[in-house]
Design a protein around this ligand. Structure first.
Ligand SMILES: *Cc1c(COP(=O)(O)O)cnc(C)c1O
Length: 393
């Protein structure tokens, strides 16, 4: 099979050894073992064996992983309990103490914390650079650099990192490259096509798509996934059977959802950018985005993520107006997370309030008059109408 719409429904069905058309929830921690001890040894040691013990694997997890590997065009994949479990386990399968990582100046907040606080304690050095400047990646390379960790489009300010450049650089210098592809989803961006080695996801977002589960995924070569799986056995963040089943269900409509979300977001971004209550709209699909051309080269669609800066003569005034807009919106829910069928909106400066200093927020491009929107699949007229009534209120 080849087309992604078909693959996301049919790949990995062989892991369902029942006659149920829909893969069941294998709600069990353990599986009957073979009486043949040679076979038992294989089950106990084989990577991701789907029917031995839940931390090792589960049939639904195996099917979800097979679908994700096909969408991301990698040899293999592993699913874990959350996006952060995927990110931290994936990074720990690349670096050890004494190594150096090149990362971006802005990342998902949990990834930032892991890189800057936790890994520092384990003697892993981090250089964070402006990801919109290719040269700064090359300049940051040291003899002990093992990993280039990127995220594009980045959270929350939608900067684009040049995937083809990073892919080439990694191969030239023998450095592993890893990208957080959560914001784009494999419908809009396939980093492996640009030579990126490892793709990580918060499957909580677009892949699940209904804001009813948490999950994470790591996609890469068979050898590498084996390493990640070995670490996951001891770190222990295995994906629950029920969440895995919900994720499998969500993946079947991934392409449909993301296409509709792309379309809604572009229309909303265009409408907002012509409204005088808004100072600016940051959306990778608008020609006004400073990296729009690069986005067009590496993305097939521009996602449902956009940021708006509310109009106002001072940051305080912008902040107050942003707060009023949040209060008056009825369709858009003021809630963390993204990528679901329902539209969400957050105030990034508050969401990252406790984890980042004001200086860190400035460097990451977050100001107090900014709102981040995750567009859903509601009717576009209702989404625009909701902003219209919130501006009038
Ligand atoms: C949400 C998110 C994560 C973390 O995922 P969890 O499932 O919440 O652990 C990582 N990266 C990005 C870009 C995210 O949006």
């Amino acid at each position: 099979m080849s087309r992604l719409e078909t693959n996301s429904i049919h790949i990995g069905k062989e892991y369902n050894q029942t006659s149920a058309v829909v893969t069941p929830i294998f709600q069990t921690s353990t599986y009957l073992a073979s009486d043949n001890l040679d076979e038992y040894v294989i089950a106990a040691t084989e990577t991701k064996h789907p029917e031995f013990y839940h931390r090792h694997g589960n049939p639904t997890n195996s099917q979800v992983a097979a679908i994700l590997a096909s969408l991301e065009k990698t040899e293999d994949a592993l699913v874990l309990a959350t996006g952060m479990a995927a990110i931290s386990t994936a990074i720990l399968a690349v670096v050890k103490s004494g190594d150096h990582i090149i990362a971006q100046q802005s990342h998902y907040s949990g990834a930032s914390l892991f890189l800057k606080e936790f890994l520092k304690d384990y003697d892993v050095d981090i250089t964070q650079i402006d990801q919109t400047d290719n040269i700064s990646f090359s300049e940051a390379i040291r003899t002990n650099t093992r990993l280039i960790y990127i995220e594009t489009p980045s959270n929350p300010n939608l900067d684009i990192t040049d995937l083809a450049f990073i892919g080439r650089l990694g191969h030239e210098k023998g450095i592993t490259t890893m990208v957080d592809n959560t914001f784009a989803s494999p419908i809009n961006q396939v980093p492996a096509e640009f030579g990126i080695d490892v793709i990580v996801h918060s499957a909580t977002k677009y892949l699940g798509g209904h804001s009813d589960l948490t999950a994470g995924a790591v996609c890469g070569t068979k050898d590498y996934i084996h390493k990640v799986w070995r670490r996951s056995l001891v770190l222990g963040a295995s994906l629950s059977p029920f969440d895995s089943w919900l994720l499998l269900r969500g993946l079947k409509t991934l392409a449909l959802r993301v296409h509709q979300i792309n379309e809604n977001a572009l229309q909303l971004a265009k409408w907002l950018s012509q409204n005088n209550h808004i100072k600016s709209v940051i959306y990778t699909g608008l020609p006004t985005h400073p990296q729009h051309e690069l986005a067009r080269r590496q993305m097939k669609g521009f996602t449902g993520m956009l940021c708006i800066e509310v109009a106002g003569s001072t940051e305080d005034e912008q902040y107050n107006r942003a707060q009023n807009i949040l209060k008056n919106l009825k369709v858009f829910a003021n809630a963390a997370s993204l990528g679901g069928v329902e539209s969400l909106i957050v105030h990034p400066a508050s969401m990252w309030g406790s984890h980042h200093s004001n200086q860190q927020k400035k460097t990451a491009g977050i100001n107090r008059g900014m709102l981040r929107i995750s567009v859903g699949i509601e009717h576009i007229d209702d989404l625009i109408g909701d902003f219209r009534q919130a501006f009038e209120a």
